[in-house]
Design a protein around this ligand. Structure first.
Ligand SMILES: NC(=O)c1ccc[n+]([C@@H]2O[C@H](COP(=O)([O-])OP(=O)(O)OC[C@H]3O[C@@H](n4cnc5c(N)ncnc54)[C@H](OP(=O)(O)O)[C@@H]3O)[C@@H](O)[C@H]2O)c1
Length: 272
């Protein structure tokens, strides 16, 4: 996208964490932003923050698991701002559990938010971003790039997002639409305190994590770079790129041992 000023973005998951921080950053760069999530009061707070800084924002309360609400969110954005240049799908929930213990209904619920909650807004945004030759961006995860212990369900949802977006990148290239994924490791957001257990409810004991947690602004830096550079992929932190390449060359044995060792030292609350 050449210059962000006066572009129009719809951001899901904009009430919190990465989505909220991305909305604030894009608004500061002159983007008009529609903010989607379920919690209206939190969206209204972000709208006030953006308007207080002289930007333009619209709250579009949306449950991304409902295709009709996603259609309405896209249509309301276009009605209000006159166009849609950019969709950022950040709505998501995290889960850490042993797959064999995990409740099937909890798995289905997570797929609804992380996979279909990305697919539905994307589906409805496509005609508009084709018209504006704009961007579709999904927030995936590093565990959407590489299988990781205790992340089977969450990883599956993010691998699904990667597959959808990588294929769309090819399908939409001839229409001038940029399609990119951002895959962060651990990021400092409220998500860290609401990671779901095998029962589909947040763990009541904090879940210990084996790697460094990155500031949310570092993640937003990469999202903005990806949008501006019309890049296919951004990994956070960037040094994981060469590690994934090494994994692909050597085969999984080294990466498997590395991950198994680190995660063994940080068991889930019900394994400790
Ligand atoms: N933080 C990390 O360490 C990390 C690492 C890798 C990837 N990610 C990914 O980054 C994305 C953002 O995560 P975050 O860290 O910013 O988490 P967060 O602070 O918990 O924010 C999650 C957002 O998703 C929204 N959401 C959840 N369910 C929804 C639904 N059914 N309909 C509409 N919105 C829904 C929440 O809003 P409401 O509750 O108001 O609906 C909230 O705005 C997620 O896709 C996550 O998987 C995060």
């Amino acid at each position: 996208m050449n210059g962000l000023r006066n572009k129009v973005a719809l951001i899901t998951g904009a009430s919190s964490g990465i989505g909220r921080a991305t909305a604030l950053r894009l608004a500061a760069r002159g983007v008009e932003v529609a903010l989607a999530a379920r919690t209206s009061s939190a969206l209204d707070g972000v709208v006030r923050e953006i308007e207080g800084l002289g930007g333009r924002a619209l709250a579009v309360p949306t449950d991304v698991t409902d295709p009709e609400q996603c259609r309405v969110a896209v249509e309301r954005t276009v009605e209000h701002f006159g166009r849609l240049d950019l969709l950022v799908c950040s709505a998501g929930v995290s889960m850490r559990s042993l797959f064999e213990k995990t409740d099937l209904a909890a798995i289905s619920d997570l797929m609804q938010v992380n996979f279909f909650g990305t697919l539905y807004p994307t589906y409805h945004a496509i005609p508009h971003v084709k018209q504006s030759r704009g961007s579709l961006v999904a927030v995936s995860s590093l565990v959407g790039k590489r299988g990781t212990p205790t992340y089977a369900v969450y990883a599956a949802s993010k691998f699904a997002v990667q597959g959808l977006y990588e294929s769309l990148r090819l399908e939409l290239a001839e229409h001038g639409v940029h399609v990119g994924t951002v895959s962060p490791g651990f990021v400092e957001t409220p998500l860290r305190d609401r990671v779901l257990s095998h029962e589909g409810k947040p763990w009541t004991t904090p879940v210990s994590i084996p790697f460094r947690v990155r500031p949310v602004e570092a993640c937003v830096d990469r999202i903005v770079e990806l949008i501006e550079g019309r890049q296919a992929e951004a990994l956070v932190p960037g040094f994981v790129g060469p590690l994934l390449a090494l994994d692909a060359i050597l085969g999984p044995w080294l990466g498997d041992r590395f991950l198994a060792r680190h995660f063994r030292k940080h068991p889930l609350p019900d394994q400790a």
